[in-house]
Design a protein around this ligand. Sequence first.
Ligand SMILES: Nc1ncnc2c1ncn2[C@@H]1O[C@H](COP(=O)(O)OP(=O)(O)OP(=O)(O)O)[C@@H](O)[C@H]1O
Length: 251
Amino acid sequence: MRRSGPDTGPDTGPDTGQGADHPAPRELVVDALDVELGGTVVLSEVSVRLDQRRVAVIGANGSGKSTFARVLGGLVPPTRGTVAVHGIDVRREPKPLRRAVGIVFTNPDAQILMPTVAEDVAFSLRGSGLDRAEAADRVAAALDAYGLTALAESPAHQLSGGQKQLLALAAVLVRRPALVIADEPTTLLDLGNARRVGGILIDELDAQLVVVTHDLELAARCDVALRFAEGRLVDAGDPAALIADYRALHA
Ligand SMILES: Nc1ncnc2c1ncn2[C@@H]1O[C@H](COP(=O)(O)OP(=O)(O)OP(=O)(O)O)[C@@H](O)[C@H]1O
């Protein structure tokens, strides 16, 4: 598995140079997006523009939330329509997109690539252009931010599920991507660590955030919420009002 981030792989589009260290329009523009997977319509006619910093994506199981997030991250191609992430066309510009976006999946095991905790975080910075000392400083700061310093030399695969989730987040955020996509980032975490991760994503991150979540308290702390139902974007707006309507639907 390849971790999203700078690399030297083949590219089919221009490198716009839009990374965390470059100013870029912080806007997601989705226009008439359809996604079909295995002959099934998974997303249908989704159009939305999002320039808010924190975007929550909620809705029932199977409603298309993760697929929407995966399209933004370039992991699932649009079948029809266009999607631009900070001015980057997700279909045509895979390399700039990988540089701009960091993705945190629900299952951290899929993201751990190196033997030790510190090596795994450092691996994210390969090809970043940072010199050895700068990279070491960034890794140390990321380990500290996630409470992983004491585990730096521990085998990554022997961490608990929650510790692995923290490591996965550290390994993504150490790159300072301009857009962070997190799919159920607090699912495996105990209350303390869920608060720590929620605090980092919601309160401390400079990047734009798209968080897919069933945790309505986390969603309520975002600037805007989207609700999907049966592959359609059925509601978008102020999280408090949208969540109240969603709760009423299930009352
Ligand atoms: N590769 C695929 N091939 C066919 N169908 C798929 C594929 N991936 C997802 N789907 C279907 O698309 C629908 C939406 O899935 P998605 O994972 O986006 O939903 P979700 O809202 O994130 O659900 P959950 O809350 O359960 O994680 C589901 O019916 C799912 O079975």
